[in-house]
Design a protein around this ligand. Sequence first.
Ligand code: ZN
Ligand code: ZN
Length: 329
Amino acid sequence: MRAMVLNEPKRPLELRDVPKPKPGKGQLLVRVSACAVCRTDLHVVDGELPDPKLPLIPGHQIVGHVEEIGEENSKFAIGDRVGIPWLSWTDGDCAYCRSGRENLCDNGRFTGYTVDGGYAEFTVADARYCFHLPERYDDVEVAPLLCAGLIGYRSYRKTNDARRLGIYGFGNAAHLISQIALHEGRELFVFTRPGDTATQQAAKKLGAVWAGGSDELPPAKLDAAIIFASVGPLVPAALRALAKGGVVVCGGIHMTDIPSFPYVDLWEERVITSVANLTRGDGEEFFKIAPRVPVKIKTETFPLEDANTALDRFRAGKLKGSAVLTIGA
Ligand SMILES: [Zn+2]
Ligand SMILES: [Zn+2]
């Protein structure tokens, strides 16, 4: 089968003919039709995350159809559409798994990072970690929901019942989560790169009450802020925008260093937290809510062999929507 392979970080992916994987016990063999590109893929390719499997097939927002089922019962049948997310496997047995926090599993495995992912014609996945996907969306549309949507949603849930919600970095995850926040009646304040008036206009068009540069303070104190940009200095900036007891949620897997800041900015029970990975529960919940809103998704498609172009355009901030690789017919 054809796959785009990372041989070593900081090098372009290579189009290769590799053996088709075989489904083990409890696994599905999935014919991939679409795989969305996540910022995390960039961090892996750019060598910003430690110890990826090498060589690696990246990609963890995978949509396809079940072609074969390894022995053992499964919640899927041959031909079913299936979504494969970042969380690939957990041990089910560590202190985190046993306390409902499988996203923090000591031995967790991750699709397109520590196991092969979906920049390929086929992939295998443990059926217990795969999702049935809402029928309202086609394969290309639904792919970005599998991470930008899902981990964005976990970040959003960590803001509790914040009435005034700030979002720093208005990319794919922010665009998806903003729609849910507005649907739930939150007031949305969007922060972009200073001077990026086009994105600020887009945020206002979507329904934000205010949009400005990340160097500005909002017109009202925020109850919570989510940072989707991988820019550490945004943490103290967001803290300064918070009301007492407010929370800053860092939604990315990688961020540049956070500069020091005066304690008074954290004082009065402000909180800084991060979001790591996802639980299967997050996915079940999100895929019920997304079609009800309904969350709309903007995509830009690339054929599998153009994965490097998609990554380059993502890195340069030149995409017009979530990049999705399309595979096969
Ligand atoms: Zn565990
Ligand atoms: Zn991701």
